[in-house]
Design a protein around this ligand. Structure first.
Ligand code: ADP
Ligand code: ASP
Ligand code: MG
Length: 410
């Protein structure tokens, strides 16, 4: 077993730093960790609703702001968070210094609003740690090779924390948030959701990418790749009682659990290109062009009418991508002489996830029957070995989560 460094990376989400009292509490908790003999690196998000408020401000000025300027704007939220946390630590008599992503050398690619981290120069952080400082780093941001400020996608502070933990060889990455860990579903929808004590990277990755906002999915990918242990905990519970959820490589005795969690993703929209010719290469063209523009497509359905030689192709993309996806599909529609493009914003994706589903037949059928018994129409389906997802009308999203959770997780 490789020996990890003495460094702990902690991350505090926006909900944990949204007023002075919470910031002081966070500062005390960071100091406790420092007093236990660890070198502490802390990633902080933008306080409370700062990011959403900045997005609204921009929308009041331009319906389509340049994404470079958007990143410049949104990165300021995290800068507020780090300075305030550093001040609170100073106030309690400890040394701390805050840095932006740029200042600590978090280099990303040039894809604004969802940049990928390419490298992190750890020299500065390590130097500050040896000088007994607690190092506070702004989450969610980096700098491109052209020296433009970039952001890492919504929830991206989780990614900053995990990436720092990886390059610093930290023995743990502690993610503090407003719930006590990862639950069998969103506890704000189902108050009786069950806390998961331990979960594997693979299951967490599926939960996160299916909409369990508690951890950004890309952060889980990086954790898995670099074997970073993540502990998710509440920032409101005293450390001794704060067991949280551990995310790690291998969890034994999982075979028993059929469904580990239920998720709801309301951040999807459905697009259909209607009346495209039924010939080889059409899907490759549509999804190739979307991929070239960095637009991730999630679920895909092609319905073919053999007699007419005409197909409809439907797929889901993230809501933020709507405008660009419509532009690209408009171009493709003209080229292919397709009949129409239809967008549906009132959709939600519900999923059930669990590695135990591999060895249990009939889970999918059970899910479909439950939805139909409750008069919930399924518009799209996708299945993998450990996940079943259905697109339904968004108005029925929460009800569907409650029904599925009751059946599979209670
Ligand atoms: P932070 O500001 O700490 O980054 P987020 O709002 O991004 O917090 O993530 C925490 C939220 O994720 C919770 O308040 C909860 O509503 C939501 N959530 C969704 N699914 C789950 C789940 N399965 N377990 C725990 N929280 C979940
Ligand atoms: N502040 C950013 C957001 O709201 C990043 C984060 O919170 O992780 O998405
Ligand atoms: Mg978050």
């Amino acid at each position: 077993m490789s020996k990890r460094s003495n460094i702990v990376v902690q991350k505090y989400g926006g909900t944990s730093v949204d007023d002075a009292e919470k910031i002081k509490r966070v500062a005390s908790q960071i100091i406790e960790k420092k007093k236990s003999g660890k070198s502490v690196v802390v990633v902080v998000s933008a306080p409370g609703d700062t990011t959403d408020n900045l997005i609204s401000m921009a929308a009041g000025i331009s319906p389509d702001p340049e994404i470079r300027e958007m990143d410049m704007l949104l990165a300021t939220g995290e800068q507020q968070g780090i300075a305030l946390v550093a001040m609170a630590i100073h106030e309690q008599g400890y040394k701390a210094i805050s840095f932006t992503g740029h200042q600590v050398g978090i280099i990303t690619d040039s894809v604004h609003s969802r940049a990928r981290i390419k490298s992190i120069n750890t020299k500065k952080i390590k130097k500050e740690l040896t000088q007994d400082n607690i190092v506070i780093v702004a989450g969610f941001q980096g700098i491109s090779p052209e020296e433009n400020i970039t952001t890492l996608g919504r929830g991206g502070s989780d990614l900053s924390a995990v990436a720092l933990a990886a390059v610093l060889d930290a023995h743990v990455c502690e993610i503090y948030t407003n719930v006590g860990g990862v639950y069998s579903t969103n506890p704000s929808i189902v108050p009786g959701a069950v806390k998961i004590e331990k979960i594997s990277y693979d299951e967490m990755l599926e939960l996160a990418s299916a909409g369990a906002k508690v951890l950004q999915s890309r952060s889980v990918e990086i954790a898995k790749k670099n074997n970073v242990r993540i502990d998710i905990k509440s920032s409101y519970i005293d450390e001794q009682k704060n067991s949280g959820t551990i995310i790690m490589k291998e969890i034994k005795d999982l075979e028993q659990v059929e469904v580990r969690g239920v998720t709801l993703d309301k951040n999807q929209i459905r697009m259909s290109i209607v009346g495209v010719p039924d010939r080889p290469g059409i899907a490759a063209k549509i999804f190739g062009e979307l991929a070239e523009e960095n637009i991730n497509v999630d679920m895909i359905i092609q319905s073919s009418a053999h007699e007419t030689g005409i197909n409809d192709i439907s797929f889901t993309v993230n809501r933020e991508m709507l405008k660009r996806a419509v532009e690209i599909c408009g171009r493709i529609k003209d080229e292919l002489k397709a009949r129409d493009i239809i967008t549906d914003k009132d959709v939600a994706k519900i999923s059930i996830i669990g590695v135990g589903m591999r060895s249990h037949a009939g889970v999918a059928a059970g899910m479909f029957k439950l939805l139909s018994d409750n008069n919930i129409n399924i518009e799209m389906i996708s299945t993998s070995e450990i996940k079943i997802s259905c697109v339904i009308n968004s108005k029925k999203g929460k009800a569907a989560v409650k029904i599925l959770h009751k059946e599979f997780c209670e």
